[in-house]
Design a protein. Structure first.
Length: 928
RNA sequence: GUGGGGGUGGCGGAGUCUGGUCAAACGCGCAGGACUUAAGAUCCUGUGGCUAGUGCCUACAAGGGUUCGAAUCCCUUCCCCCACACCA
């Protein structure tokens, strides 16, 4: 792995000479961004895939003559870094262990112990890892302009984000309203996924129950359900007889619900005043009213009712709910309550093919005997799924009859709400506790700030723009369109975390996905703000720089910033914007990338809207996902030392196309490594060789290379790196092997294309390109060399002839394999002249060549030959006939060597009468 | 649940949009050979079945359909993966 020895040297040279710091006033510019990494730890080779491919794009564009801006910054907004510091401060063992592990990637154990004590300050964590990540990036050879680096905790960035939010407010997309979030009652604080026990593995979401109020002697017995449409099939209400319920005032009415439910309602924006509690059994046997039909419904006891789920009151739909049906069965022998619901006359309200009373039938099928049977859960789910997709509401459902369950659900819910018999209760999707063992419930915040993506005009513009943008691979475009369709109001500020304070209410902090949507613009000016006082970064400054509004004079006056600094900033912005390409992983489509597009649309002039997005899939290792817990992570920091950066880059670029998952397999890495070694070996030998006369095989090799280069250039433009490398590396190396066998002077021949070859691979293996560039007589940095032009025309006839020789060789081999003998003499017979006339006709007329049969003497034979040529689609393989006899005679030595046999062409000797079988490009063969 | 992607050889993966050029690019593995005292590295050859030949048969998750023709288009079923709002 020779490349390891020279990589660091070139990285230093690039940095020292500012090779990747672009100048202004370019003719052709290209502005590439990759989302900045979040600095909570070390990055691994999976993250590196995205940055590496981005870098390859940047480098390729530079070769193509673009002035490329490829900047980088660091994200520190949000709660994770904060909670890391909290945990380290609280001496949480797991966190400390994890971070010591991270630190040891870069530090001696003693230093790691020292540094971790500073990590109680979140900014120190962020700063430390930002430093290390940029060091890692440099070690992989990324061509980043580091002069524009910043992190999102800096004041200049905060000022910029504040400006962004003023803009959003002006555009009317910032709104305030109610919002349900996960909440801890004990702590009185929101809880995030990382606060919840097992929150990472078993996600907790928020579900909406419909609370339906059943009139109950001037009060309401309030039942909660996820299936409002089943209200038409209810026969009774269930309470848990042992459970504790409360009689409470809720929003001015008296409700009977479980104690837990009352607590939840209190934090969900309801006025709750609990007056008295009682056991569920106390109301058993009384009657409530169906709020839709007025029907009398008995209150019955059931043990499956969970007080801490919904309201602790459930309305029974025994024909459709396995639990309800079974609970009725369990009760049927009860002398007083057993006959209040007639189990043989259950109202069926949903028709599904194959069932008459679904719950009854599935229970019987599974042999359910008791409501405590644990299988009921799964059976319920199963039945619900069937009903949801194939069930139709029947004529018991009034105006909803005939609807599918999937449609009826929302319609019935809306009607119940409209009639004020129903409202919403939020519940967690599963029982959850925080890591400090507090119960997680849902609370409703009523002054939450949102970005209103549901705004119709805005959406329309977004959709239209996405249809026009360049999206690579194309298949992700639909995902963008779906996302924008689905996007609704999105909370954009939080009470916790690092980041920019919300400018209109300083108690809030802008949420980390909402503070990173237009910062590509910030790159253009970041370096000029570095030394200015934050106070000078007034709204007017950004207005002027980004929107061109206001006058230079007045901005100078209000900000006190020097006139030419402001002018330069404006110039930088105009120079680089829009962002030509943003490259990242598909996971960001449904949030970040769509916000990125939408915010640009809201704030900037259309000519500055983002032009393109490219995406690459993830990287796994030996078939499994990399994760800290599995201990199979290779960090970016180890790449240079372990594999060398050029090998890493080559593997990442060549082993899968953008939309396929890369599997990092040590064995395959070794394979790629040997290709790279071989390539370097050829360069070294080629550089020393003398160019000589070109023979057929040399012409063939050079021509094949030009064809590959042309195809690879196209692939690079389409970001199909794998295909490009297959052309430039694997196929060309294979061709070279043949050249080595056949040519008198293979290295002299390859020398003619070495510079071209090297630059064509430079985006992928830049260090190797730099190292050998001077050796080959290149000037300046290889990284800045122009992309090779393809002026040389491939010699098609040489290619055809050599391919013909190779195919004859293969044919002889095929036959000797079939004949199962190793020949000592090989006889080749060239096809008769008239068959070449047939070939000519087929090359010219393709499928329609049959009509020329008439021109031949032996029409039957001619028709066979032509048919065969057509079937073989010969015109796609060979574009012209060659003088086969001469070509083979020229190559006779090579053939004899390869075959280890004497080769005779058009010999009189033909004992098996093979000569007649000969066809153009397929001489007849006889072996002895 | 909602939305998206996918199932091809011993393996990773091309090919699918634009049906015929496909027994399947490129790579890995495996087998035989060359080189070597030997191993490794490297190079050559082979790697569905039949066949001294430009062909036939069986294959592209399973089943069905459209078509002269399907891995490719349509339908059904099974299986796998990914993303989903405060998480960066």
């Amino acid at each position: 792995m020779k490349w390891k020895s020279y990589e660091a040297k070139w990285q230093k040279k690039w940095e020292k000479q500012g090779v990747f710091v672009p100048s202004l006033d370019s003719k052709k510019k290209f502005f590439l961004t990759i989302p900045y990494p979040y600095t909570s730890g070390a990055l691994h080779i999976g993250h590196g895939r995205t940055f590496t491919l981005g870098d390859i794009i940047a480098r390729f564009k530079r070769h193509q003559g673009y002035t490329v801006l490829f900047p980088m910054a660091f994200h520190i907004s949000g709660s994770p870094i904060l909670s890391i510091s909290d945990k380290i401060a609280k001496e949480d063992v797991r966190t400390i262990r994890l971070y010591l592990e991270y630190l040891r990637i870069y530090e001696t154990p003693e230093n790691a112990e020292k540094i971790i004590t500073t990590f109680t300050d979140p900014k120190k964590v962020a700063k430390y890892f930002a430093g290390k990540i940029s060091q890692d990036f440099k070690s992989i050879g990324y061509s980043i302009d580091w002069t524009r680096e910043f992190n999102t905790g800096e004041e200049r960035y905060n000022k910029f984000v504040e400006w962004q939010y003023h803009q959003l407010k002006e555009k009317g997309v910032l709104v305030q309203g109610k919002y349900p979030i996960l909440w801890s009652l004990e702590v009185g604080q929101p809880v995030g996924e990382d606060d919840i026990a097992d929150g990472d593995t078993d996600k907790v979401t928020i579900t909406e129950f419909n609370m339906i109020k059943f009139p109950f002697d001037g009060e309401f017995l309030v039942a909660a359900s996820l299936r409002p449409e089943t209200i038409f099939g209810t026969t009774n209400l269930w309470v848990n007889p042992k459970g504790i319920y409360v009689r409470t005032k809720v929003d001015g009415e008296t409700w009977l619900i479980s104690r837990e439910a009352a607590e939840k309602l209190r934090v969900q924006g309801h006025e709750v005043d609990v007056s008295k509690d009682f056991r569920g059994r106390e109301i058993v046997g009384r009657f409530a009213q169906n709020p839709l039909t007025g029907e009398k419904l008995p209150v019955l006891p059931a043990h499956f009712v969970d007080l801490d789920n919904g309201t602790g009151v459930v309305y029974a739909v025994p024909a459709h709910a396995p639990y309800d049906y079974q609970a009725l069965c369990d009760l049927s022998n009860h002398e007083r309550l057993g006959n209040l619901v007639d189990i043989n006359q259950l109202p069926v309200i949903i028709n599904i093919p194959g069932y008459s009373v679904p719950a009854k039938e599935v229970n019987e099928l599974h042999g359910i005997k008791d409501q405590k049977d644990s299988r009921l859960e799964a059976i319920t789910k199963e039945l619900y799924k069937t009903e949801f997709y194939s069930g139709l509401l029947n004529n018991k459902c009034g105006k909803f009859s005939g609807l599918r369950v999937s449609e009826a659900k929302d319609k019935v819910r809306d009607k119940l709400r409209k009639d004020k018999v129903s409202s919403t209760l939020y519940e967690t999707s599963r029982k959850a506790i925080t890591r400090s063992k507090n119960k997680v419930v849902v609370s409703v915040i009523d002054d939450q700030w949102f970005i209103d993506y549901s705004n119709k005009e805005w959406k329309k513009k977004g959709t239209k723009w996405i249809k026009r943008m360049e999206i690579i691979p194309e298949k992700y475009r639909k995902w963008f369109l779906d996302t924008i369709e689905w996007l609704d109001k999105r909370p954009c500020a939080r009470k916790r975390g690092l980041g920019t304070k919300f400018p209109f209410d300083k108690d809030w902090i802008i949420e980390p996905l909402s503070d990173s949507t237009i910062y590509m613009a910030f790159y253009t000016i970041a370096k000029y703000l570095k030394d200015l006082s934050p106070d000078s970064m007034k709204l007017e400054l950004f207005d002027f720089v980004f929107l061109g509004t206001g006058s230079l004079e007045s901005v100078v006056k209000t900000t006190g910033i020097k006139r030419d600094t402001i002018e330069t900033m404006r110039k930088e912005f105009l120079e680089w914007y829009p962002n030509d390409l943003r490259h990242t992983a598909p996971a960001h489509v449904s949030n970040h990338l769509t916000f990125f597009i939408m915010h640009h649309i809201a704030i900037f002039d259309p000519k500055y809207w983002p032009k393109g997005i490219s995406l690459n899939e993830v990287l796994i290792r030996e078939g499994v996902k990399m994760s800290k817990s599995k201990g199979n992570v290779i960090t970016l920091a180890h790449v240079a030392e372990k594999y060398g950066s050029d090998l890493y880059r080559l593997y990442v670029a060549s082993s899968a196309e953008l939309d396929a998952v890369i599997d990092w397999r040590e064995r395959d890495v070794q394979g790629v490594s040997s290709k790279l070694s071989k390539f370097i070996d050829i360069i070294e030998k080629g550089a020393k060789a003398e160019e000589g006369e070109l023979e057929l095989v040399d012409e063939w090799f050079l021509s094949k290379f030009y064809i590959s280069l042309k195809s690879a250039t196209k692939h690079m433009e389409d970001l199909k790196f794998r295909d490009a490398i297959v052309d430039l590396m694997f196929k060309t190396l294979n061709d070279f092997k043949w050249l080595e066998r056949r040519s008198k002077n293979p290295f002299g021949t390859v020398k003619r294309i070495l510079k071209t070859w090297l630059i064509a691979l430079a985006p992928v293996i830049p260090h190797t390109a730099e190292e050998y560039w001077p050796t080959l007589g290149g000037e300046g940095f290889a990284s800045l060399a122009p992309w090779p032009s393809i002026s040389e025309k491939p010699n098609i006839s040489a290619v055809t002839k050599e391919e013909f020789v190779r195919s004859v060789l293969n044919q002889v081999r095929d036959i000797s394999k079939l004949a199962d003998k190793k020949p000592t003499r090989v006889f080749l017979y060239i096809a008769d002249k008239w068959k070449y006339r047939a070939l000519e006709a087929v090359i010219k007329e393709k499928e329609r060549a049959m009509k020329s049969v008439g021109q031949f003497e032996n029409k039957e034979a001619a028709s066979k030959v032509i048919q065969s040529l057509i079937k073989g689609r010969i015109w796609e393989k060979f574009s012209e006939a060659v003088d086969e006899e001469a070509t083979l005679k020229d190559a006779i030595k090579a053939l004899e060597e390869e075959l280890g046999a004497k080769v005779e062409i058009n010999s009189k000797r033909d004992p098996l009468k093979k000569k007649d079988r000969a066809m153009p490009f397929r001489p007849a063969i006889y072996l002895e």
